[in-house]
Design a binder for this molecule. Structure first.
Ligand code: IZC
Ligand code: ZN
Length: 416
C-alpha cells in the first residue's frame, strides 16, 4: 500500500460533488483550515482538520500552504504543427480573425503545417506543452483534433492524443473536431465534406475508440447551426458526446443548439444571446468560457454573470491554440475570470476543477478533493484562494501531485 500524508495545510479549498455546480452552488465550496489529506494507491483516502493520523510514515508538512484539486483544462487545441506568429502583424493592422481565415490563413495555415508534420514531431511538441501545463498545476486536459480536415491527419492527431494519454502523467480526453473549417480542397463542395465527416470519418474515429466527444466550429463562414446539428447528430449515432464552439464571434444559433442535441458543453459564448443561456440552463450544458481568447482577440467577454444567474454551470479553460490563444496558462485564465467575468475566487475554483471535469464527463473521478476521487492536487506557493486569483504572471503552483504521485515541485526531491 502506497500511502502519503500531506499535513499542516493552511487552507484546503475544494468544490464538492460528482456533477457540475450551478447558480449559487458554483460559489459554495468547502474550505478547511489547519487540514490534512491522506492519499493511498493514487486516490484520496481521507481528509480532515486538526490532528492528522499518526501511523503514516510518508508525511509532508506543507507549512500552511493552500491546497486545491489539480486544475482541469477542458478546452485545448493541443496537437498542431507550426505556429502563427505571422498573424500578429496582420492583427495589429486590423485584419480580423475571420478575415485571416477567409484568406486561407488562420486555421487553414495550421492545417497545412499539421498535415506536413510527422506523428512523432506532433507528439513531442504536445509533450512539451503538457509539461508546461503540469508545471502550472494542470492535471487533466481535453485535446481536440481539427487541424487535419482529412481522414489521415485527423486520425493522426487523435492517435497522438491517445499516445500522450498513455505516456504523460497528465490525463487527456480526446475530442474529434473534423468540423473545424472547410478544407480548401472542398471549397466548392461543402456537401461532400459534410458527407465525408458523417459517413466516413466519424464512424472510423468511433470504431477505433479515438475520441469521446464530437465538436463543431459553429460560426459565420465556417459551419452553420444546421450543419453543426447534422454533424453532432452523426457523432451521437456513433456514441460521441456533443460539444459545440458557439457564439465566439457571431451569434448564429450555436448556443441554442445545445438543448436540441444535448451538448455536454458549449465553448466560447462570447456573444451568447439570452435564448442561448436559456437553452443551456434547460439542457444542463456546461458553459466552457475562454477569457484568454477574448483577451487575445481584443473582443468582449462572455456574459458569465448572466449565465450563473440563470443556473448555467460555468467552466473556464485555456483554449490553447496557435491562433486565437497561444497561451496554456490556466492561472492567467483564473485572473481573468475574476477581473473580466467578475466571478468570485470560489466560483473560479469550481470553474477550473469540478465544472471543467463535468465538461469532459469526468466529474465522478476528478475535480474535487473527496475520498475515492483521484489524488490530483496542487500545493500552492500561496496562503489562500484569494491570493492565487489576485497575483498575476507568476507560476504559483508549488507542488503538483497526479494520481497520488508527486510530479512537480519541492516535494519531488524529498520523495526521490
Ligand atoms: O486555430 O484558430 N476558434 N478555433 C476556433 C480556433 C479558435 C483555433 C484556431
Ligand atoms: Zn476552441
Amino acid at each position: 500500500m502506497d500511502k502519503l500524508l500531506i499535513e499542516n495545510i493552511g487552507m484546503l479549498a475544494t468544490p464538492i460533488g460528482t456533477s457540475a455546480r450551478r447558480g449559487a452552488e458554483q460559489g459554495q465550496i468547502r474550505i478547511l483550515r489547519n487540514a490534512w489529506l491522506l492519499m493511498e494507491d493514487g486516490l484520496i483516502a481521507d481528509l480532515g482538520t486538526g490532528e492528522p493520523p499518526q501511523d503514516i510514515t510518508e508525511r509532508f508538512d506543507v507549512e500552511g500552504s493552500l491546497v486545491t484539486p489539480g486544475l482541469v483544462d477542458a478546452h485545448t487545441h493541443l496537437i498542431f504543427g507550426g505556429w502563427r506568429q505571422n498573424e500578429l502583424g496582420l492583427k495589429l493592422h486590423g485584419v480580423s480573425y475571420l478575415e485571416i481565415l477567409a484568406q486561407g490563413g488562420g486555421i487553414l495555415s495550421t492545417v497545412k503545417a499539421t498535415r506536413a508534420a510527422e506523428e512523432e514531431e506532433l507528439f513531442e511538441k504536445a509533450w512539451d506543452a503538457l509539461d508546461e501545463m503540469l508545471d502550472l498545476g494542470v492535471t487533466t486536459v481535453e485535446a481536440k483534433s481539427g487541424y487535419g480536415l482529412d481522414v489521415e491527419t485527423e486520425l493522426k492527431q487523435l492517435r497522438v492524443i491517445r499516445d500522450l494519454n498513455e505516456a504523460h502523467p497528465i490525463d487527456l480526453a480526446a475530442t474529434f473536431l473534423g468540423a473545424h473549417a472547410l478544407p480548401p480542397e472542398y471549397k466548392e463542395n461543402r456537401e461532400s465534406y459534410l458527407r465525408l465527416l458523417c459517413d466516413t470519418v466519424i464512424p472510423q474515429v468511433s470504431e477505433k475508440k479515438l475520441a469521446e466527444f464530437c465538436d463543431v466550429f459553429c460560426e459565420t463562414g465556417v459551419f452553420t447551426a444546421e450543419e453543426s446539428k447534422r454533424i453532432l447528430e452523426a457523432g451521437k449515432r456513433c456514441g460521441l458526446i456533443p460539444k459545440i464552439h458557439a457564439d465566439e464571434i457571431d451569434p448564429i444559433g450555436g448556443s441554442q443548439l445545445t438543448a436540441e442535441v444535448g451538448a455536454i458543453s458549449a465553448e466560447h459564448l462570447i456573444v451568447c444571446p439570452p435564448e442561448g443561456i436559456e437553452a443551456m440552463a434547460k439542457a444542463g450544458t456546461v458553459a466552457c468560457c475562454l477569457p484568454a481568447t477574448s483577451f487575445y482577440l481584443g473582443s468582449t467577454y462572455a456574459p458569465v454573470r448572466d449565465m450563473i444567474q440563470a443556473g448555467v454551470p460555468v467552466a473556464l479553460a485555456s483554449d490553447f491554440n496557435p491562433g486565437s490563444c497561444p497561451s496554456l496558462n490556466l492561472q492567467f485564465v483564473m485572473n481573468l475570470g475574476c477581473l473580466r467575468y467578475k466571478m468570485t475566487p470560489e466560483e473560479v475554483l469550481t470553474a477550473v476543477t469540478l465544472n471543467a471535469a463535468a465538461a469532459i464527463n469526468r466529474a465522478n473521478t476528478i475535480g474535487s478533493l473527496e475520498p475515492g476521487k483521484k489524488a490530483d492536487l496542487v500545493i500552492w506557493d500561496a496562503p489562500d484562494l484569494d491570493y492565487i486569483c489576485y497575483r498575476m504572471g507568476s507560476n504559483l503552483a508549488g507542488t503538483v501531485i497526479k494520481n497520488g504521485k508527486v510530479e512537480r515541485g519541492w516535494l519531488h526531491g524529498v520523495l526521490d
